[in-house]
Ligand binder design. Structure first.
Ligand code: A3P
Length: 304
């Protein structure tokens, strides 16, 4: 039966995480059939950490010589259409045939935890690359709560902030626990800097130019002196900014595609750092900070 937290009906505990059924199917198909290529780039995120932004940045960095900034695909399509949802497409087609047929370099986006990928993707440094973006869990929670209530069927009562908070703290949210998700990618990025690039939403906001240069370097396509001179880096930052993307007509649309009632506009709300101050009580802040500290301490070696 449907509960107030309706999306939970589709979540299952799977290898230490709460994964939607289509994600489990996608993960199984990846493990059994996916053939990685050295040119594959996987944009990996916990939901609401900046997936849309990172998809746009990676797409525009990789394709910067193919398009004019004034007539760019990001002005006509939502980043979701340009960097495809890996497990979503596998589930939709019931096989890897669709992604097998994509030309290189394949840009794919996933919410799956790092530990769910097969070793032929994670251990082989030449197999593929992952870029991950993490965000302050307080902002992630607030963003998620707004998003979930927007998608909620109208006949169901809204999920209160308190109820949602309790679930999030227990790790019960899509692809949660949030902390284990981020730590998995963090540890992988420490183990192999060539394999996983770990970015933070707050850093990209503060120093977008530096982060975009870092991203391009990691992806094997650093900016040339000519590109630095003709402001290509600044153009990419501007095109992918919240102000620019959220104001493209294509992203103002409520139209949804696929099975979930998600419109393009649903991926843009405020795009700020620290909006949690407007939503969370001091007690909630203390609790989230405490969990974060505990989780980090339990895997203390990564801070060395
Ligand atoms: P808020 O709800 O805090 O505004 P995701 O893309 O992972 O679903 O995350 C959505 C969050 O990223 C939302 O956060 C959204 O507003 C923000 N966002 C979307 N595009 C962005 C961009 N270009 N720059 C910064 N933040 C962006």
């Amino acid at each position: 039966p449907q509960s107030k937290a309706w999306w939970l009906d589709q979540l299952f505990q799977y290898q230490g995480f709460w994964i939607p059924s289509f994600g489990i199917r996608g993960s199984m198909l990846i493990n059994d059939h996916f053939k990685p290529r050295s040119t594959d780039i996987i944009v990996a995120t916990f939901p609401k950490c900046g997936t849309t932004w990172l998809r746009a940045l990676v797409f525009s960095i990789i394709n910067r010589n193919s398009f004019d900034f004034s007539d760019h695909p990001l002005r006509k399509a939502n980043p979701q259409e340009l960097v495809l949802f890996f497990e979503g497409y596998l589930h939709k087609y019931g096989s890897t045939s669709f992604v097998d047929g994509l030309p290189s370099p394949r840009l794919l986006s996933t919410h799956l935890p790092y530990s769910l990928f097969p070793t032929r993707m994670t251990d082989d440094t030449s197999a593929c690359r992952f870029v991950y973006i993490c965000r302050d869990p307080k902002d992630v929670f607030v963003s998620k709560w707004h998003f979930a209530n927007k998608l909620r069927p109208k006949e169901l009562p809204p999920l209160s902030l308190e109820e949602a908070f309790d679930l999030f703290c227990k790790g019960i949210s899509e692809y949660g626990p949030f902390w284990d998700h981020g730590l998995g990618y963090w540890e992988a990025s420490v183990e192999s800097r060539k394999k996983v690039l770990f970015l933070k939403y707050e850093d990209v906001k503060k120093e977008p130019l530096g982060c975009v240069r870092k991203l391009a370097g990691f992806l094997g396509v650093p900016f040339t002196p000519e590109e630095e001179n003709n402001e290509t880096v600044a153009e990419i930052v501007k095109l992918c900014s919240f102000e620019s993307l959220s104001n493209q007509n294509v992203n103002k649309s409520q139209t949804s595609s696929g099975e979930r009632p998600v419109g393009n506009s649903d991926f843009f709300r405020k795009g700020e750092v620290g909006d949690w101050v407007n939503h969370l009580s001091p007690k909630m802040v203390e609790k989230l900070n405490q969990i974060t500290e505990q989780k980090l301490n339990s895997r203390y070696w990564i801070q060395l």
